[in-house]
Design a protein around this ligand. Structure first.
Ligand code: SAM
Length: 268
């Protein structure tokens, strides 16, 4: 039966056997269960269940019914647990109640949010996902590269990040308009400080302006200058030129120790 891909669910089915095999070869080696978000027609799922148990979340009811039939045996043998519905509704604190690796060809429209949720989820240990190439670069860029962003800082805070390889649109049906990439994050810890995430939003609010200018929307310029000097940061650097470690040090001084650079409490 020919399935009509639904744009609103970001359905681009990966059909290239070589790429599917490369994803399997890139899987972290451990005993964690696999969580797949968006199994679609099950091309990746059928390979994943030959390696480990899988818990899969699929939003599309039509696909869910097809998957239930195609994977009847695996579901009976508990190699596959299929959950129908929006994965975001299942994500309270942890998506599942045991250590897991997220392995998925993600729908582009929610990919960034899903990776951020996985970085925050303490049961998620590794992330191996397909994303739009630009988004993968934002997560994997190093300090001083033009794509270095708040997402890079968050990914580096949680673990070791690598963009593994790129995938051309022709590998999918239907072909998306953009290139895709495979991103791997081996987590060492989970993100646990929303305030730090908010601090980064301010720091990167205008990427072409200086970091000092961006931060001065919340903290007094005089205090920022002092803190920059203390940390040996040039006053004219742009947000992408600082390192993850510098962001943690700035946050520690400005927010945690509350060196009172906050505008509300400082006389200018
Ligand atoms: N894994 C399949 C493959 O590689 O061919 C399909 C990948 S396709 C890019 C994305 C899949 O995610 C689709 O099956 C889509 O229905 C599903 N999806 C989209 N939004 C979702 C959500 N919020 N929760 C769960 N699944 C979702």
């Amino acid at each position: 039966m020919k399935i009509q891909a639904k744009k609103r669910f970001g359905q681009n089915f990966l059909k290239d056997e070589t790429i599917l095999e490369k994803i399997i070869q890139s899987m972290p080696k451990n005993d964690n269960v696999i969580v797949e978000i968006g199994p679609g027609l099950g091309d990746l799922t059928k390979r994943l269940i030959t390696k480990k148990d899988v818990i899969a979340f699929e939003i599309d009811k039509d696909l869910c019914n097809i998957l239930k039939k195609d994977f009847e045996k695996a579901i009976k043998e508990k190699k596959l647990i299929l959950k129908c519905g929006d994965v975001q509704d299942h994500w309270k604190n942890s998506l599942v109640d045991r250590p897991y690796d997220l392995i998925a060809n993600l729908p582009y429209y929610v990919a960034t949010n899903i990776v951020l949720n996985a970085l925050r989820d303490k049961n998620c240990k590794n992330i191996l996902v397909m994303l739009q190439k630009e988004v993968a670069q934002k997560f994997s860029a190093e300090s001083k590269e033009k794509d270095f962003s708040s997402l890079s800082v968050l990914a580096q805070t949680a673990g070791v990040v690598k963009k593994l390889f790129d995938i051309k649109p022709e590998a999918f049906e239907p072909a998306p308009k953009v290139m895709s990439s495979i991103l791997l994050i081996n987590k060492k810890k989970s993100l646990d400080d929303k305030n730090f995430e908010n601090f980064l939003k301010i720091a990167f609010s205008a990427p072409r302006k200086t970091l000092l200018k961006n931060l001065s929307s919340k903290y007094s310029k005089d205090n920022l200058k002092k803190v920059f000097e203390q940390l040996n940061i040039l006053p004219n650097i742009r947000p992408h030129q600082a390192t993850t470690s510098i962001y943690h040090q700035l946050y520690e001084i400005l927010e945690k120790r509350k060196v009172d650079g906050r505008k509300e409490t400082t006389k200018l």
